[in-house]
Ligand binder design. Structure first.
Ligand code: NAD
Length: 519
């Protein structure tokens, strides 16, 4: 393993070799600072979604390996919790530099395993890197409060780490979402057992390797792999104090219920159905460009994708121009320089999206642009591609409106007033993100106040907050009540201890007082 020299951390030889040869390899577990081969007999194959080439095989970690990981994390916590906050800050400072220096390597892994375009993959890394940058201010973020509450008596709060924490991440942001979790948890003095998506674990492996090169001691960060058995273990293991989860509704609710029943703190970000409201006074060109980018970027596989457009009044006249703009997007392998959107994650995901598109016409909607049966040249002819698809004449009862599609599909609804648009959004079960496009400050102000959604964009299509704020999905898009990153992130990964101390030279009490002290 190459050592970090100053801030120029390099990947370990083993990972570098695996990345360089691109030969199908097995994905390793990281336990107690060592990359180890699982002894399992159950493997998940990861295929490049643009070509179906086998990229790597991901183990379903054995129960013994999972226990080893939590044991290492418990042991490491004993000393890590006593490490100085300056040491943890130093590691974060080095890690942010290391991630920046290795940005292309991480993005390359994302495009290979997940499919998104190389440019978009770098955005995936960058939005996670910003959380690491915010963790560099941990020296300010952990400060408590103090007050002299009576003569010679002080009360003060100490923000302490929880212990072993767990992270469980989805496939769609293989760098950003692990980076929402482990840097903050570790900077707060916890240790972590992280389980990336079994569909694209490569970026997490690179990030963890960099973290080790930057000085994270053995056992502080452990990477385990697998599906439900691994998740069940993390929900049940008594040494784990808190779980951070991002992913689908069904799994998030399950993990939240199982984890909290076992007495753990759980934060869970779930699915979404995000509406973009287009008022007729909006800047047409800017609005249509933003809608197209936010609906079809990353092939719609973003929890903040604008997947439903609500055209208010005369703005419905813009539909033909929207279709023309979407038609211009280039569907291709993510490494092609002119690619705007890549494939879906798996053949099953492609099939599901196609069946939702098919259901829309059966239910009476009209397909204005159909991305099914897109013809792709070799080597992409077997990839999971669907082109941009626009469905109009949609109503809230249709399957294409009710379900999160998670594909390059924009469903369009027309209404007469902003009030109708607001009522529709507020009736939807999800509350992740929304956006309004308008030049009217008054309309934007009304929308921002009356919409019951956690993240609101005004002429901003994907309003994912930077980490000086927190990710604030609401209603059906979240379980648990402490948000990811920002001040809430620090709150999630710490608990408050309150100390009341009396230091007095005189007035030693001569008898015992049995009443409740009133100071
Ligand atoms: P997923 O729920 O299928 O997988 C997430 C994690 O759960 C993975 O690590 C997976 O291994 C594990 N898992 C899968 N099935 C399981 C089961 N039966 N029991 C226990 N664990 C299981 O989600 P995904 O398909 O990887 O990601 C897409 C979803 O994530 C979308 O719904 C999207 O909206 C959501 N998402 C939400 C946010 C947010 O912040 N709200 C961000 C990104 C993605």
């Amino acid at each position: 393993i190459l050592r970090a020299t100053g801030s120029r951390a390099r990947l370990s030889m083993r990972l570098t070799r695996a990345l360089a040869t691109q030969a199908p390899s097995t994905t390793k577990l990281l336990i107690n600072g060592e990359w180890i081969e699982s002894q399992t007999d159950t493997w998940y194959d990861v295929h490049n979604p643009a070509t179906q080439e086998l990229v790597t095989r991901v183990p379903q970690a054995t129960p013994e390996e999972l226990q080893e990981a939590t044991r290492a994390a418990s042991l490491a916590f004993k000393s890590w919790r006593k490490s100085s906050v300056l040491k943890r800050q130093r590691i974060m400072l080095d890690l942010q530099k290391a991630i920046r220096d290795n940005m292309d390597t991480i993005a390359k892994s994302i495009t290979t395993e997940q499919g998104k375009t190389f440019g978009d993959a770098k955005g995936d890394v960058l939005r996670g890197l910003q959380v690491v940058e915010s963790a560099c201010a941990i020296t300010d973020q952990l400060k408590g409060e103090q007050m002299e509450v009576a003569t010679d008596m002080d009360t003060y709060t100490v923000r302490e780490p929880l212990g072993v924490t767990a992270g469980i991440t989805p496939f769609n942001f293989p760098a950003m979402i692990p980076l929402w979790m482990f840097p903050l948890s570790i900077a707060c003095g916890n240790t972590m057992v992280l389980k990336p998506s079994e569909r694209d674990p490569g970026a997490t492996a690179i990030l963890a390797d960099l973290a080790i090169q930057c000085g994270i001691p053995k056992g502080v960060l452990n990477i385990v792999h697998g599906g439900k058995p691994t998740v069940d273990f993390l929900c049940d293991d008594p040494s784990i104090r808190a779980i951070s989860f991002v992913g689908s509704d069904r799994v998030g609710k399950y993990i939240h219920d199982r984890g909290t029943q076992n007495g753990k703190r759980v934060q869970a970000n779930l699915g979404a159905k995000n509406h973009g409201v287009v008022l007729p006074d909006a800047n047409k060109e800017a609005t249509l460009n933003q809608l197209v980018g936010a609906a079809f970027g990353a092939a719609g596989q973003r929890c903040m994708a604008l997947s439903t457009a609500i055209f208010v009044g005369e703005s419905k006249q813009w539909l033909p121009e929207l279709v023309e703009k979407a038609r211009q997007l280039k569907v291709s392998g993510g490494f092609e320089a002119d690619a705007d959107l890549g494939p879906l994650i798996t053949p099953q995901a492609k099939e599901r999206v196609e069946s939702i598109i098919a259901s829309s016409t059966e239910e009476g909607a009209e397909i204005l642009l159909d991305g099914r049966n897109i013809s792709m040249p070799a080597p992409y002819d077997k990839g999971n591609f669907i082109g941009p698809t626009i469905i109009a004449g949609v109503n809230p009862q249709m399957r294409c409106y009710r379900e999160e599609i998670f594909g390059p599909v924009l469903v369009c609804i027309t209404v007469d007033t902003l009030d109708e648009a607001l009522a529709l959004i507020n009736r939807n079960e999800y509350g992740n993100g929304t956006a309004i496009f308008t030049t009217s400050g008054a309309a934007a102000r009304k929308f921002q106040t009356e919409v019951d959604v956690g993240q609101v964009g005004v002429n901003v299509p994907i309003p994912v907050p930077l980490p000086m704020f927190s990710f604030t999905g609401s209603r059906g898009s979240i379980r648990g009540d402490i948000n990811f990153y920002g001040r809430s992130g620090i709150q999630f990964y710490t608990q408050l201890k309150t100390v009341t101390a009396l230091w007095r030279h005189e007035d030693v009490p001569e008898k015992s007082y049995v009443n409740m002290p009133v100071m």
